[in-house]
Design a protein around this ligand. Structure first.
Ligand code: ARG
Ligand code: ZN
Length: 886
């Protein structure tokens, strides 16, 4: 069933206040739900029926204004409860039950170990009680929780804890009052044997807030970084955006059973433990960094999401794109130093290209604000989140930071307390900037990644340069033709020394200004004429990746080598290098398919050495600039994907780089060790990244000393980054010691889920040697091991997902056995957890882009799942249908 954005109707009723009384029990929980309901004046009484969503609930009783309601007044269905004739304000009281223990979907209230955890976004609240489970119904919540004091000593919900008291039979009761009206998706409840790290934190306005991080006792030693990150986030939101914490209590809970990263429930954020827990033994440098950004993200939702929420789920990017943008800015500000910030921007763009661009080119392609969906949970995508953040970033670039900030302030001031659409944000920006943003708004409605093509013409006599710029966006499902976008397009013209030349457009008076010049693209094709240039410039285009596009700059290899060596914009310097590496693998792939001899451009191999030795570059930058682009990224740039050809070419290019620069890599490996106490901050983390990258190349070059260093690193490392890097390098090498190391690591790590998951991921992303394909068998074996549970999303995301999406050479076996395994797993997950299942199901959506025997085997696997459509959840069905029908 398809839901369309244009079909939005205001709710027939509103709920002003709700009181929920829980009698918690893992097997069967009872809820008494008392709602103060009234007809919505904005709906003009067209519909007097009150519809309350409900899913997998047992209804016990319904009362209206305290009196049992006659059965003729209501109808119960699979979707919920319809109560007829509510024309006046009324009190509706519902009693229902549900079973947390039977809830394997991890939506609603479920069991994790000994703890009860809730997850309501997007539509989990209807699995707790009958309610108007839509984001535009905002109510004040009072939550009373009763439970066994022994089993559930800690009881948490949104808002302020009121009275707590002991009851008979070893039970106790706590009442929470949340002063802020909120939609049901922000409701949260946690009960368990938890402990906390807490701290009183002084807010800017002088109030003291009580911050706490709640975990199971064995995890208390992993909460310091979480609390520190929260304090930084609170301070940053005050300073950068003038937004303050509006609560006296702010709580974070971590759980190992969670469908995604984290959730911004009002005042009670719930996190997947992999996004919240850290200490030097269980978290890598990247984990530390990621945790800070996710803690920030969820905290920032308190304003962009909670105080200002969504009218309907189509508007999801209004809170997610904006909040990702905010968390990216937070992370950048925490890094401070420009080169570290640039590295972060580079990493964000790598993930956009690796995951969002393919989505934009897939049967699931959708604008950041979709027009329709079957299952909203399938639309928590890279497009809505990451491309959404790019769109907000473009606005800041176009309007300038100050105007953007004024627009943001206006957005907050005007919409606080309401449930709005994306228009609200654009209207605020329009009003402060006085710019017409109607063309810009196409970014919200058109899917697909724009291609921008630039051709330049140098006129030596007149010393002028003409740039011809054209943009096109490929058609996507339901959108055959696209209109041109408005996008920022910062450009610099570099002289032969790499210095930015003064820039002056034809018709402009005065002298040109040196530096980056902001152009705006608005037409299908446009020309820009630069005059009074001293020499023929080299172009540095779309600096900083201002617009999320695929750029064909029309540069020669010579020019791109120049940019890789000289561009002063670190993003573009990286991009030039990365593009050359991608091109090398692509050329090698083609040559191999055509059985033509091919040599990697020696100038590229030399540039690698030059970057390695460049004293002006940070180790972190060198690590991203010299990292091989993944096979997936390379494949994205090919018209037809042949994973085995790409893999062989990738290995050949990597080995050639390694051999040519072996001594420089060994030197970098030895120079960038980080002895002493572990410090996860950007500088030492950058050193470790470069050292481990260099060791990888050195091992690829067959260097024996590198192998010894890596083995040694595995046993002596005092931080997980180095330990894990060493293990990964050994697992992917042919050293005889590798099996012992794998077993040692497993023995040491099996008791800690965070570490076990890392171990699983190394296994599923490993390579086999000597033409054997062993990883599939290995993964199949691991699925059956008792330390793997298919019910645990993190286990699935560590073992199965990376195998299906990040190990192309091992997954895409010519006989289709990898796909058959995928189909088995999708069907099994579908019965257990539809949200996790549909994520896994997406692994084959781009089947049409593969070489012919693989494409048809992928198609067969999709068909085999589709043949069981009667059993499929709406989540998985939508993915399979879209994959097949496009
Ligand atoms: N709002 C949460 C976050 O970004 C994610 C919720 C995901 N929900 C879902 N149904 N996929 O920050
Ligand atoms: Zn979010």
């Amino acid at each position: 069933q398809t839901i369309r954005r244009e079909d939005y109707r205001a709710p027939a009723h509103l709920i002003d206040e709700v009181r929920l009384e829980f009698d918690l029990d893992a097997e069967s929980t009872a809820v008494v739900n008392t709602m103060h309901v009234r007809p919505n004046p904005a709906a003009n009484g067209q519909d007097a029926s009150l519809f309350l969503d409900g899913e997998d609930l047992t209804l016990v009783s319904v009362a209206l204004d305290g009196k049992p309601l006659d059965e003729s007044r209501y109808t119960l269905s699979q979707e919920g409860l319809l109560i007829r004739d509510i024309r006046e304000p009324a009190t509706v009281t519902i009693v229902n039950r549900f079973s947390p223990a039977a809830n394997t979907a991890l939506s609603g209230i479920y069991v994790s170990g000994q703890t009860l955890i809730s997850q309501c976004e997007a539509q989990g609240f209807r699995r707790i009680t009958f309610y108007m489970d839509r984001p535009d119904v905002l109510a004040k919540f009072t939550t009373v929780i009763r439970a066994s004091k022994e089993t559930f000593p800690v009881l948490l919900s949104n808002g302020n804890a009121g009275e707590a008291k002991d009851l008979e039979d070893g039970r106790h009761e706590v009442t929470f009052v949340d002063p802020f009206p909120k939609p049901s998706y922000l409701f949260a409840l946690v009960a368990g044997q938890l402990v906390c790290r807490e701290e009183k934190f002084r807010l800017k306005d002088g109030r003291l807030a009580n911050l706490s991080v709640w975990v199971e006792p064995q995890d208390l030693d992993k909460t310091e970084h979480t609390l520190e990150s929260l304090k930084k986030a609170i301070r940053w939101d005050e300073e950068r955006w003038g937004l303050e914490l509006d609560l006296d209590d702010f709580k974070i809970v971590a759980t190992k059973d969670f469908n995604f990263g984290a959730m911004e429930n009002k005042g009670l954020n719930i996190f997947n433990s992999k996004c919240a827990l850290a200490n030097p033994n269980v978290a890598t440098d990247e984990d530390y960094f990621h945790i800070e950004s996710v803690v920030g993200h969820e905290y920032f939702h308190n304003w962009t999401g909670d105080r200002i929420t969504l009218r309907d789920w189509f508007q999801l990017t209004l809170k997610e794109g904006l909040t990702v943008f905010r968390d990216q800015e937070f992370s950048a500000d925490m890094l401070g130093e420009p080169s570290a910030r640039a590295v972060q921007r580079i990493k964000d763009v790598i993930s956009l290209r690796a995951a969002q661009f393919p989505e934009d080119a897939s049967p699931m392609a959708h604008p950041i604000r979709p027009d329709s969906y079957q299952e909203i949970n399938n639309f928590y995508t890279m497009t809505v989140y990451e491309k959404g953040a790019e769109v907000i970033r473009m606005l800041q670039t176009l309007l300038g930071r100050d105007t953007f900030r004024k627009g943001f302030d206006e957005y907050i001031a005007k919409n606080d307390g309401s449930a709005v659409t994306c228009e609200a944000f654009l209207e605020a920006m329009t009003s402060v900037s006085k710019r017409d943003l109607r063309q810009f708004k196409r970014w919200f409605s058109q899917a697909g990644t724009p291609r921008v093509k630039v051709r330049s013409n140098w006129n030596e006599e007149e010393k002028k340069l003409t740039l011809s710029v054209s943009q096109t966006t490929p058609s996507t499902p339901g959108q055959p033709v696209k209109q041109p976008f408005l996008m920022p397009f910062p450009v610099a013209l570099l002289n032969g020394d790499g210095i930015e030349m003064p820039v002056k457009l034809e018709g402009e008076s005065g002298a040109g200004v040196a530096g980056t010049r902001m152009l705006e693209l608005t037409e299908n094709s446009q020309e820009f004429v630069f005059v009074d240039l001293a020499e023929k410039p080299i172009l540095s285009l779309n600096r900083g990746f201002a617009a999320p596009i695929i750029l064909d700059a029309g540069l020669t290899r010579e020019e791109r080598l120049f940019l890789a060596a000289r561009d002063g914009d670190p993003f573009n310097r990286w991009d030039a290098m990365n593009g050359l590496l991608i091109e090398a693998v692509r050329d090698e792939t083609r040559a191999r398919l055509l059985h033509e001899p091919h040599d990697i451009d020696p100038r590229l191999l030399e540039t690698v050495g030059a970057i390695l030795k460049d004293e002006s570059l940070s180790p972190a930058f060198k690590a991203v600039a010299l990292a091989m682009p993944t096979e997936k990224i390379v494949s994205e740039t090919l018209p037809v994907i042949d994973p085995h050809a790409v893999h062989a070419a990738w290995v050949a290019v990597r080995n050639a780089i390694a051999k040519r620069n072996l001594s420089a890599f060994m030197e970098a490996a030895e120079k960038n060790v980080t002895p002493g106490e572990y410090d996860p901050s950007a500088e030492p983390a950058g050193k470790r990244a470069l050292k481990n990258l260099a060791l990888g190349y050195a091992i690829a070059a067959g260097n024996a000393r590198a192998t010894i260093l890596v083995k040694d690193q595995f046993t002596t490392a005092t931080n997980l980054t180095d330990k894990l890097a060493a293990l990964r390098l050994m697992v992917n090498s042919q050293t005889p010691a590798k099996e012992d190391m794998e077993v040692d690591a497993l023995k040491a790590w099996a008791g800690e889920p965070l570490l076990l998951n890392k171990w699983l991921q190394i296994q599923s992303t490993a390579s086999s040697f000597a033409g054997e394909s062993l990883v599939l068998e290995r993964v199949r074996e691991l699925v059956r091991c008792d330390f793997f549970s298919i019910r645990n999303p993190n286990n699935v995301y560590s073992l199965l997902m990376p195998f299906f999406t990040a190990n192309p050479a091992e997954f895409h076996l010519p006989d289709g056995s990898g796909y058959a395994f995928w189909a088995e797993m999708v069907l099994e997950l579908n019965r257990i957890n539809p949200q996790v299942a549909s994520r896994v199901a997406r692994a084959l959506e781009n089947w049409r882009r593969y070489v012919s025997p693989l494409a048809s085997r992928m198609h067969d696997a999709l068909e085999s799942v589709y043949a069981r459509r009667e059993e499929l959840s709406p989540n998985v069905l939508e993915i399979i249908e879209k994959s097949l029908n496009n």
